[in-house]
Design a protein around this ligand. Structure first.
Ligand SMILES: N[C@@H](CCC(=O)N[C@@H](CS)C(=O)NCC(=O)O)C(=O)O
Length: 293
């Protein structure tokens, strides 16, 4: 377990996050100070957990620079993975900086999580699943991302299904409660009557049950995790995503609660620490919502 993850910036932000798909907001701000990770140790880029690591010399952990937002489950995914896989990760809080010219020059999609890596053609990579796939490939982390094509295909399918089907429902159901901006073209983003927005939110909430059950019955298929006995990157992605549902008191089925608890138990602090940031943000927005005005 990586004890080495360093947060370069402030604690979980409390203000409204500038998440996905909101037109460029604010004045340009300088990107958060670059974290002080050492340059990627290429040759030594083996995870510290490898049994082959010499016993005498302290095994070097691969260095990793992550730009992230603490309240986000997309970011939580990569933050959990980085810790669980034993990276020497330096995290930079990109809160309020994703639309700055400096950030956008590197990442025109203005998204987090984003990693920096000299080996990449453009030096950076965004999309949580692509980041985990890349790092697992590069460092041979088969425990998280099996190499056998058929097993790998199931992990990929679960992640694409999550990003393409489950996540949009989760976003529509939870973003209004999280005070995150919704995507253009959505009822929640429009100037529709609040009743219509609430109807759309409820419809999205109702739609979550089906894909959720698919993860359980099809992808897990009786196994503790999609990855088998050990959580795969698809499991990290799924458990992190489900964290958002607490903001709407979504009644998770028993299996899902047990599954999330099992992942947290298996990954320990690697999971609990980034989850704490998401949970802290949810507790904060809930306290604001129930506060007398
Ligand atoms: N599918 C992407 C979603 C990434 C995403 O939506 N990131 C949001 C935070 S939840 C973000 O960085 N928004 C900042 C912005 O759009 O300026 C992933 O899984 O990484």
């Amino acid at each position: 377990m990586a004890k080495t993850v360093k947060s370069a910036k402030k604690p979980a932000a409390k203000a409204t996050p500038k998440t996905a798909a909101k037109p460029a907001a604010k004045a340009a701000v300088k990107p958060a100070a670059k974290a002080s990770a050492k340059p990627a140790a290429k040759a030594a880029a083996k995870p510290a957990t490898k049994k082959s690591a010499p016993k005498t010399a302290k095994a070097k952990k691969p260095a990793l620079k992550i730009s992230m937002l603490k309240p986000s489950v997309n970011n939580m995914t990569v933050r959990v993975f980085a810790r669980a896989a034993g990276f020497d990760a330096a995290e930079t809080d990109a809160w309020g900086h994703t639309r700055s010219p400096e950030y956008m020059a590197r990442n025109p999609a203005h998204l987090t999580p984003m990693i920096e890596d000299k080996g990449l053609p453009r030096g950076v990579l965004w999309e949580s699943c692509a980041i985990m796939q890349y790092l697992a490939n590069k460092h041979g982390l088969e425990k998280f991302y099996p190499k056998a094509p058929a097993k790998r295909a199931m992990v990929d399918s679960a992640m694409f299904y999550l990003i393409g089907t489950l996540y949009p429902y989760v976003a529509r159901a939870t973003y209004p409660a999280l005070n995150f901006p919704q995507y253009a073209g959505e009822v929640g983003h429009s100037d529709a009557h609040p009743d219509k927005k609430s109807e759309a939110q409820k419809a999205a909430m109702a739609a979550i049950a089906e894909p959720l059950e698919v993860f359980h019955s099809f992808f897990r298929d009786g196994k503790p995790f999609i990855g088998g006995k050990h959580p795969s990157i698809a499991d990290i992605r799924l458990a992190s995503t489900l964290e958002f549902l607490a903001v709407i008191d979504y009644p998770l089925p028993k299996w899902a609660k047990e599954y999330m608890a099992a992942i947290e138990k298996k990954l320990g602090k690697a999971y609990a620490e980034p989850a704490g940031d998401v949970r802290g943000y949810i507790a904060y927005v809930k306290s604001q919502a129930s506060a007398p005005s």
